[in-house]
Each structure stands twice: as C-alpha cells, then as structure tokens.
Design a binder for this molecule. Sequence first.
Ligand code: PSU
Ligand code: MN
Length: 303
Amino acid sequence: MSAPAIRVSDEVQEAVRQGRPVVALESTIFTHGLPRPRNLEVALEAEESLRAQGVVPATIGVFAGRPTVGLSTEEITKLSEEDDVAKVSLRDLPVVSTLGLHGGTTVAATAFLAHRAGIKVFSTGGLGGVHHGAAQTFDESADMTTLAQTPVLVVSAGVKSILDVAATLERFETLNIPVLGFGTTKYPGFYVSDSGHEIAYSVSTPEEAAAVLTSRDALELPQAVLIANPVAEDKQLPPAELDAILARAWEQAEQAGISGNDTTPFLLDFIQRDTGGRSLEVNIAVYRGNVALGGRIAAALTR
Ligand code: PSU
Ligand code: MN
C-alpha cells in the first residue's frame, strides 16, 4: 500500500474527529513572506497562542514532498531556515510531491489541504488577489479561484494594497465568495485598517461568523467565507505614507523585471526594506489578530 497523498498529524486527526477547535495556518507566510529569523518566531508564536486558547494549530506545508497538515516544530523550523523551499500554490502540489521538494503553501494550497483534512477555519495574513495591470498581465492569484470551490472560513486582514483592491473585490463577487468585515463594513487594506473600499456585510462576534459558516454548509455551497479583520488604527502604517511606498515598490518590480509568483514576495520584501522594518511590525500585528480571531471562531463553531 502506498502512503496517503496527504499526511495529517495524529493530533490534528484526533481533534477533527472529536470535533474540537482546530485552526489551519499557511506556510508561505514564513517561507516567503517574512524575513529570517522573525519568520520562525512568528510561525511558532501563532501555534502557541492558539494552544493557549485551547485550539489545536495545524500549520500546513509540504515537507520533503509530503503535503502535511500539522507540521511538527522541527519541520516548521527546517522550512523556515532552508533556502530551497518552493512557493506552492494548488497547481504545484502534485509536482513538488513527485519531486520530493520542500514547499511553503499559499492560501490556495493551504485551504485545499485544510479542507481535505476536515478543518473549517484558516487564519492568514493577507490574501492573494488581482495584481495591478492584470488586464494586461493576467496576474491574478489562484487564491481566488481556489477559494471559490473550497468551503473553509478564512480570516485575513483583506488584501494588501500592493494589489488592485477594487478589482479583487469584484472578482470575489463574480466567484460568489462572501466577504464579511469583522465589526466593520470598510474593507481593510492589510497595512491599514481601511482600504477605502466598502463591503456589504459585517459580523460583530465569532458566533455570528460561525453561524454564517453553518448556514453556508446547510445550503451546500462550495465557496469559502472570508472574514476581513482590520488591524487596529493605532497599529496601522500611516495611510498617507503607504501610497508613496507602493509607487516605489511597483516601479522597482517593473525595473527588476519581476513577474509570476515572484511578484508578491518581491513587493513585500521591498516594502519591509523601504519602511526600515516598520511594515514588518504591522504585518506581525495583523497576523496575531487574525490568528486570535480564527481561534475564537473555531471555538464558537464547536459550541
Ligand atoms: N499576502 C501577504 N503575505 C503573503 C502572501 C500574500 O500579505 O505572504 C502569500 C500568501 O501565501 C498568498 C500568496 O496565498 O502570497 C499569493 O501569491 P500569488 O499572488 O503568487 O498567488
Ligand atoms: Mn500571480
């Protein structure tokens, strides 16, 4: 008998079977999104903070070719320190599996693996979306089309303004993906609490978010539910600064000839350097908030 295509840790399997709260976490955030050594600290802190909430963390990635739900601390450490780690979206999963590579899974690949393991709630930092100029380049994240057919709940702080936020929200509408603000109808812009775009609905408690999920399942709809959780205003990047930073980031990406799945990591890295690390602190604050809210929603779902 060959090994199963997806490895699920004993702890996660048990928790899912017993209906205890579990939150999935992605790995691209620490393999490609955050610089060393903070990447590892943030990844481990996210797991610890969920455990402190009584929630089982399931960090998801590809270790030596094995798509894994519930990476061990050693595996997370290795993935965050290795140079040769692929950025793995859904289409890459069968390839890296076959080649035996390490991989950090994007929102798309993580959502898929979480769902296959029976996990309903997934916390991340920012979602992929429509890149500026996508009308010419066709650069749209597969996060969107994957979330259109993957029934999980994803907590994020919206999409970063490195993306075309308006176009991304239009795509969510086309793809039938509901977007709910947590305590707000202003769609957050990751580094800033308000992207300047309104969304139609908000929920104000974890119970309400969990109820939307239950309702989706009752209707047998296949789409993810997106919970958009803004960073606190006193922790955001000064909105007035952001536009200038973004203009420089896009210019640099163009000059360097960056394209394809290198674009997001390049822009994030540029912004981190350009702000002298201040965007990194915001990034981490945003992620902490999303992990905590995911934990509360997962707990509400089991009540
Ligand atoms: N947005 C962030 N930080 C990230 C990413 C997105 O604020 O690290 C990562 C996520 O893993 C997301 C992926 O799924 O980038 C999207 O990449 P692409 O645009 O190539 O689909
Ligand atoms: Mn892309």
